[in-house]
Design a protein around this ligand. Structure first.
Ligand SMILES: [Zn+2]
Length: 380
């Protein structure tokens, strides 16, 4: 997702004539667990809820749930964010993209020191544990904290401390993708690269590029990606979310992308689809996010099925889950319905995320075996 920095430019998305929230009326495709009357889950949703999962495209600040925001707001009573649970739930109800920006910036304003960073990170892992997410590559934007006065070393220490505690206490393995907020330009790219390469925390595995795509050519970031790759990081830029397939080609050629964030517009270019399939370059697909940002008009029109039919290595992800009124389990439910998957199909989708992750081989084998054991036990 395109995430704005405080005070940074907010790029207006083209209006497509959809009334805000319209895509959310499609209950056939979208059956969030928490909206099931009486708490009855479909068999598939129950299977998904218990399935061990990995998530590869999810943002740090964008994962702040109302519960976490309430805790942060309690630390900073001068903020404008409501602390009353009902008012906070209303504040968080996704209405449109402009409202998402407002919520996002309000949360950014609550992250003022290293203790806030540590709290946010650990509590995000707690929300992941509740969904049976075992492993996540969390996209972190150090620049949005360091530019607000949190020292880089303190920031890195806070996320690393939370990472170790989350693994020991919650059983959630966190890894970092440090991303350049593209709209903040080359100064932000330099700062992100410097922090990644000089401080290189133990949990850091990859280097990304977020923010708006329109008017932010990928190629200007080549030198920064070159440095990050030389330091041993994997390249995982966002591309083709709100722009056409050329941006994905640029990410592949100019930023040496090993995985692509979104890549939604790949379906417009058969040559690109063939290239992604041939080289097994995974896409990080985030269906509800694409609707929320209007990159895709409705879930029924989401191109995930065309991507699957082209033989792409697809992973399903939640992007900025509470802010888009979703979570990873809900996204698996959406993908399963769009792709017509049964429980074995959903398990295969979960194993795609393991394959596409930057875990070491023994960890991949362990999580894949856990998925197989769960699926076999549910079948029995
Ligand atoms: Zn994103």
């Amino acid at each position: 997702m395109a995430l704005p920095l405080p005070g940074g430019p907010v790029i207006a998305r083209p209006a497509l004539g959809r009334r805000p929230g319209a895509a959310y009326d499609d209950e056939r495709l979208r059956t969030p667990l928490r909206h099931c009357p009486g708490g009855t889950l479909s068999d598939l949703d129950a299977f998904i809820a218990g399935l061990p999962k990995a998530e590869l495209h999810v943002h740090h600040v964008g994962s702040a749930s109302p519960r976490i925001v309430a805790e942060l707001a309690a630390r900073h009573p001068d903020s404008a964010v409501p602390t009353d649970p009902e008012a906070l739930a209303d504040f968080f109800t996704f209405r449109d993209f402009a409202h998402f920006i407002q919520v996002y910036l309000s949360v950014v304003d609550l992250i003022r020191d290293a203790a806030d960073v540590r709290l946010l990170t650990y509590e995000v892992a707690r929300d992941m544990a509740r969904q049976n997410i075992r492993y996540a590559e969390l996209t972190v934007t150090p620049f949005s904290s360091t530019s607000r006065g949190i020292p880089d070393a303190a920031f890195v220490e806070a996320i690393e401390d939370a990472r170790k505690a989350a693994e020991a206490e919650l059983g959630v393995v966190l890894r970092w993708c440090f991303d350049i907020p593209g709209e903040a330009g080359l100064a932000a790219a330099e700062e992100t690269t410097r922090i990644a390469c000089e401080l290189q925390p133990e949990g850091l595995v990859s280097f990304g590029l977020g923010g708006p795509e329109v008017g932010v050519p990928r190629g200007q970031f080549t030198p920064y990606f070159d440095r990050a790759i030389a330091a041993g990081l994997h390249s995982v830029p966002h591309a083709g979310e709100t722009t056409g397939p050329q941006t994905i080609w640029d990410a592949l050629h100019e930023l040496r992308a090993e995985r692509v964030g979104h890549g939604t517009s790949a379906v417009q270019d058969p040559k690109l689809l063939a290239h992604l399939a041939e080289h097994a370059i995974p896409l990080e697909v985030c269906p509800t996010s694409n609707i929320a940002t209007r990159a895709v008009r409705t879930l029924n029109e989401h191109p995930i099925k065309e991507m699957a039919e082209a033989g792409l290595l697809l992973t399903v992800n939640s992007d900025d889950p509470p802010m888009f009124g979703t979570d990873l389990n809900t996204e698996y439910g959406v993908a399963a319905r769009l792709l017509g998957l049964d429980t074995d199909g959903v398990a295969a989708l979960a194993k795609n995320a393991v394959t596409a992750s930057f875990m070491d081989a023994p960890s991949k084998a362990r999580l894949a075996a856990e998925i197989d054991a769960y699926t076999a036990a549910r079948r029995a």
